[in-house]
Structures are given as C-alpha cells and as structure tokens.
Write a protein that binds this ligand. Sequence first.
Ligand code: GDP
Length: 447
Amino acid sequence: MWYEDTVAAVSTPLQTAALGVVRVSGPAALSIVGQIFSGPVQKAAGGTALHGYIRDGQTLIDEVVVTVFRAPHSYTGEDVAEISCHGSPFILRWVMRLLIGCGARAAAAGEFTKRAFINGKLDLTRAEAVADLINSETKLQAASAVGGLRGGIWDRIEPIRAELVGLAAQMLAFIDFPDDDISDLSPQTIRQTVLSALGQTQALAEGFDKGRVIRSGVRVCICGRPNAGKSTLMNRLLGCERSIVTGDEGTTRDVVEDSVVIDGVKFVLSDTAGIRRASSEAERIGVDRAGDNMRAADLLLCVFDASAALSDADRSFINEALACSGRKIAVLNKLDLGQAEYDMPGFDSYVRVSAARGDGAEELRRAMSELAGCGNLPSDGSVINNLRQYECVVRAAEALQRAADGAAPDAQLQDIEEAIDALGSLTGRSASEDIINDIFSRFCVGK
Ligand code: GDP
C-alpha cells in the first residue's frame, strides 16, 4: 500500500545544536521542499545532497543542505528529502510550519518507520530493532539491536514458517484429494517437521530471558547482615555516593537501586536492608523487601564483615541466600581489617574486598561479569526481545505441541496453521492493524 499524503517531522531533538534535521517523506516530498528551497530538488537524482537556502516568501530563513532520496531507495521506500538546518528549535519549527503550509502533514510518532514497514522495507522485528537501537545504552544492547536490524530474528523465524507453510500446503492437498497420489506425506514426516519446528520455537522462547538481560540488565541484589558494608560496596561499584553509609545498623530500609555497565552489560544494583530481626515496623518492611529482592535477583552479592568470625546470624543469612535461585558471590568485606578464614560452600564464587578502600573491586567486577554469563550473551540480534515477540513464539510452540500430539490430520492442520499465523504476526506478515499501531506509537516523532 502506498501512502498518498506526505509527512514531515523534525528528526533530531528540538534543542539548540549544531545541526537539526527535518525529514519529509511521501509522493509530494520533493515538490513541497522545492517550494521553500532554492536548489533544484525535483530534478536531483536520488542520493544527492544540494546546498541552498530556505525562504519564507522574501525572508531568508536558513542556509541548509537537502539530501534527496528517491523511491524506493529511501528509509521509508518513498521519495524523501532531509533538510539539514542549523540546530535552532526556532528555525526548525519555522521550517516545519512552512512545509505544512505547502501541503505536508506533521508525522505521527514512528510514522516514517511505519511507512517503511508498510512499504516492505522492514519487517516488524527489524522495526522494533530500530526502536531498540535508538534507546540502547550499552555496547551489548546496541550490538543486539543492530543485529536485529540486520534481520537476526527474521532469519530464525522465516525458515520455520516457510517449512510449516510447505507442510500445510501438502497436508491440504492430501486432505482435499486423498485418493490422488500427489504426495508421499506420511504421519511420521508430518510429525518430524512439526517436532523440528517445535524445538526451534521453544529454543527461541527460552532465549527470551537472555533478551531481558540485554535489554533491562542483570538484576543484582546486594544483601547481607547490617553493617557488613553493603552500601559502601554499592557506592564503590557505582563510583559515587548513592547509598547512605553509617556505622549505625539498620540505616538502609528501602531498596536503593541504580545501574552500572560492566564489560558492555548493564547491571541493575539494589542495595537492601540488612537481614536481621527488625527493631521497628519500617525496618521490618525493609527486611521483607530485601528478601523479595534476593529471590528475584539474577545475581546475589552476599556481603560479610569478614574481619570477624561467622556468627549464627551470618549462618542463617547464608541459608536464606542459598535458597535463592540467582547465582551467588560471597563478598568477604573489610579486608583492610584483616580477615578470618572463611569457608563458603554453596556459593558460585567468592571475592575478598575492602569496599571502603577499593581493594578487590576489579576482581569482583570480573566475577560478576563471568557469572552473569556476559560472554555467552548473543549479540547478533537473534534473541526474542520483547513480550510481544515472546507471546507469538509461545503461541506457535503451543500450537505445534498440539499438532505433534494430535492424530486427526484436520485438527493437526488447524494447529499448524495457527503456528504459521503466530510466527507471521511476529514478523508482521499477518499482524493486526492494532498491533502495528501499538508498536509504532512507542517510537519517537521523526523516526
Ligand atoms: P551496610 O549496613 O551493610 O550497608 O554497611 P555500610 O556500608 O553502611 O557500612 C557499615 C560500616 O562499615 C560503616 O562504618 C563503613 O564505613 C564500614 N565499612 C564498610 N566497608 C568497609 C571496609 O572495607 N573496611 C572498613 N574498615 N570499614 C568498612
């Protein structure tokens, strides 16, 4: 479907900057820009840049460069002109007003990318990768998003879908013309194809958790007994005074959260209340929250004041920590005060540190990075990245499971078609209008 109208938006932040870009896309893009720009935009070949002036009647507004793209060789697949102005919000708004006066419409959020999708330049997973790339904050997030943009997920989904479409076509022929010897489709062949597709979709669903780690970061809970040095450690890892450090027990009551990037991976650190029998209602709530946080964490940094021998209270904290599902590092703190011998069975790793002085901090960062499996995180964009994609994969896997379990070819075919539909809505081949609108509404204006 080709759009009939032409849209325009400021594609850079509306802030004072060296440059600001106004993008115009649609069938009338070049003629509209031609009305306010001094250069020969309408005659320009695709991929050329023209230097000239934007005028409002007789008034000179800005000296600009206009880059011309011709359909279908542009981001949206339509004729596009990008006007690089000087980055004054006032000028950018003025240029927008002029374009609208000449017949352009202000683009909605994500409209350029939506046009690219509708015009077949991107599938939905690539469009979502565009949003991920814009929002990326770490090296891993950026690498994963750019991999997605190159088709990481599409490349894994499309072969499964194509295989199932082939199978469904054969089954349909078989059901419609059972007497014609048009296919040698045996129940075993059907089952084999279904099981292979099932295995691949299940693997994709399992990868969702890795996607979460890339996107939202590794959830780290800093936990331990009061005064073990949790807040000092949090501040050490963050490189700033985020948590309040005092010698009084029970200072940290609510969970204090902040994030840090280690080896290109985001870690979301939570400093929790010290685990002990609380002396007040507020502290009791803090201790409960600390427990919840420990259980939800991917990685626990269990901090001990190792200048003293392990107490019974330490041992009961260890038992609580070991019952949690996340990976666990025993952080033996206060190395500067001299340390007792510690035996830490059940922990994945242990590190001796002085949170106050900084000794052992590098070693701790390395252990965190190793235990979070950062080296194994895929950065080729092939992991399921959001709940929408995840739900599609799960729906496909459930349908394929039913097809694998079912015996009647009619019912089997229905389940296979359901799986094809689920995979198609993941890539956008069969996504509903509502889903498409929802995805693009989360983009920024100008993208
Ligand atoms: P939290 O209650 O576990 O959060 O512990 P804090 O971080 O508030 O620290 C408790 C006390 O231990 C404070 O007086 C800190 O200055 C002190 N402390 C923390 N880490 C170290 C360390 O590595 N060496 C020494 N000597 N003192 C520390």
